[in-house]
Every structure is written in C-alpha cells, then in structure tokens.
Ligand binder design. Structure first.
Ligand code: AMP
Ligand code: MG
Length: 340
C-alpha cells in the first residue's frame, strides 16, 4: 500500500522533475514562479512563491553566476583558477568568502581523512572526468597525478591567502560549491521576501518555507541504473538534499562502471556504491556529505554521519540492496521502497 502510494507520488514527481524546459524559461503556476537556467555546468531550477518571486529569482540567479565566476575551474579568469595557476609559487590572496568556503572544504577533508579531498583535481583530469574525455589511465599516469594531490599540502592564511606545498596541485570545489550556491540562492530569495522557495542544481537541492501543498517538500531519488525511474521519495521540510553517484558522469569499460568520484588515496574511481543521498540542515552540508559518504562506503559512512544532527543518508548499492541511515527520526526516508 505504502509502496504503491510512494510509487504513484514518485511517478508524479518524476514527471515534474523530468519536465525540464530549455536553458532559460519561466512558468507561473498556482502563484509559484519557476525559472530554469544553465549555470555552473548544470541545469538550475529555481521556484518561488509570493509577490516578490520574480525579482527574487532574478537576484538568486545573479548570485549563482557571481559564485560561478569566482569558483569555476572551467573559467581561466576565476579566483580559483588564479589560485590553481599561482599558489605553488607564491601566496595568493582570495576573498573572505572563498577563504571561508575553502576552510570548510578542508575541514571535511581532515574529518574524513581525505575521503573528501578538494585537491583531487589532477586525478579527476587523469581519468577524463573534467573535460568528458573519459579513459582509463595507466598506473604510471595515476601515480603521477596522485603525487599532485593531497589536502594536507594546502595552507590557508587569513592574511596571506592560499599556498600549495607542491607544484601541479589544483583545487576542485565541484563536490561542495553547488551546495553552497544553493544555500546562497535561498538566502537571496528569502531576503527578497518570497514566501517559499526551492532550488535544484542538478542533484543538489534546497528548500525554504512551506511547499505548495503546505507542508514538507518531496524529492524523488533517481534510480541510478534506470533513466527516468524514481526509487522513492524523500520529504524535506527545510535544508538540503544531495545525491552523489556514478550515473551522470562516468563510463563503462569491460562491464565495470567508472564514475567521477575518485578516491584520492588510491587514485581510482570509487566502486561498490551506485549512489548515496544525504539530507542535511544546509544544501552545502548535504553536497559535501554525499560525496564524502560515497567514498567512505556504507559502514564508514554511517560512523561519519553519527553525531551530525539533522543528517540522514541512503545508499543505493549493487544488487538491489539499500542501506539507510536516519540519524534523526524527522529526516528519515519513510517512503523508500526497494527492490521495485
Ligand atoms: P558530487 O557530484 O557533489 O559528489 O561531486 C563530484 C565532483 O567532485 C567530481 O566531478 C569532481 O569534480 C569532484 N570530486 C571527485 N572526487 C572527489 C573527492 N574524493 N573529494 C572531493 N571532490 C571530489
Ligand atoms: Mg557533493
């Protein structure tokens, strides 16, 4: 019964989520305005209700573009690209905002013992995940890239900025920046006086205020091995939800799936987890934690999540199994059904 209700809701949701129009579009429905645009290398959907929705959404997209201009490693003129070019030779000063984000990223790295590693860039590049020229590098190439990786070789100084301890290092905030940008977009919408808002940045989502139905918002958890299918639905009253996995960016070789999340200790893409979805009090935490838990795997992931209030995780594992950790009851995954 519950499973059937979940499936019906899931299908409805997948239709909503699947109805993604072209890079820039607007729709007004039942007092809610929705805009879809392409920023930070992914489709963003921003939905808001209330008389200030239109101005709020415009300002939210301006905020996301501002962050993309500072943090993108695809833009040679960004603050982060400048750091990557110069920090092995000298201190590079950065904005207080970027400094604070880097500090939080390095804290996740330290707490997870390098499972989350924002210096993984050279390895991501070696496997072709950066420019989508996927290929399996030989072990020598992996070792060469690994020598340029290691969060402990990054030093932050509040006055001097960022410094790398070895040449060839590269910061990649791909696993945390979108979540941060979702939080910032929501903060801007709130400041504009919207009544409620939802921001979705390709797997990183956040909400503020009541859903159009009046209570929690609902998010479909995609089936990582069946395009367009939803495994279940997770309710979210506030904060963020994020999914990390190998489905979107990765390649098959000899029956093995190589996804874009790389273990910086081994130099190889993580195997053994199809996806992990994390609910957390902020979209940034959900983003950083979903990547971290993906690398840690279910057993170590559970331990990592313990003691983090308001956080839950759901792993989708090979063979139709799941491991679900609801550390706090109110953010559990009551609608999951598996196997279908
Ligand atoms: P996400 O989709 O949030 O899990 O982030 C994945 C992206 O983060 C990848 O495309 C890489 O740019 C980067 N990344 C890959 N492996 C790691 C890792 N172990 N720690 C931190 N970032 C990573
Ligand atoms: Mg992430």
């Amino acid at each position: 019964m519950i499973a059937r209700a979940a499936r019906a809701l899931a299908v409805a949701l997948s239709l909503v989520l699947g109805a993604v129009p072209c890079p820039s579009s607007a729709a007004q429905e039942g007092g809610a305005l929705t805009q879809v645009r392409y920023v930070m290398g992914t489709l963003w959907t921003v939905e808001a209700r209330g008389p200030h929705a239109e101005a709020g959404i415009e300002a939210a997209f301006a905020e996301v573009r501002r962050l993309d201009e500072a943090l993108s490693t695809y833009r040679p003129e960004s603050e982060l690209s400048r750091v990557n070019r110069e920090a092995a030779r000298r201190w590079v000063s950065i904005s207080a905002e970027t400094m604070a984000l880097l500090k939080r990223a390095l804290a996740y790295a330290a707490e997870s013992d390098g499972a989350f590693d924002p210096t993984v860039g050279p390895l991501v590049r070696a496997w072709g995940f950066k420019h989508l020229d996927y290929h399996k590098p030989d072990q020598q190439e992996i070792d060469r890239a690994r020598a340029k990786v290691g969060f402990r070789s990054v030093t932050l100084d509040p006055l001097k900025g960022v410094r790398f301890a070895k040449p060839g290092m590269e910061l990649d905030l791909g696993a945390i920046a979108k979540g941060y940008a979702v939080d910032r977009a929501l903060a801007v919408l709130k400041r504009h006086g919207v009544l409620a808002a939802r921001v979705d940045a390709g797997g990183n989502q956040g909400v503020w205020g009541p859903s159009p139905e009046g209570g929690a918002w609902h998010f479909g958890i995609k089936d990582p091995r069946a395009e367009g299918e939803v495994l279940g639905v997770v309710p979210l009253a506030s904060g963020g939800v994020s999914t990390s996995g190998d489905a979107e960016r990765g390649f098959w070789l000899d029956g093995v799936r190589y996804g874009h999340i790389v273990n910086s200790l081994t130099g190889w893409p993580v195997q053994g987890v199809l996806s992990v979805t994390v609910v957390a009090p902020t979209a940034e935490a959900a983003d950083a934690l979903s990547t971290t838990l993906y690398v840690l795997g279910p057993a170590r992931g559970k331990a990592f999540l313990a003691g983090r209030p308001g956080c839950s995780a759901l792993y989708v594992l090979p063979g139709g199994t799941e491991a679900s950790y609801a550390i706090e009851r109110e953010v559990s995954f009551p609608w999951m059904s598996w196997p279908r």
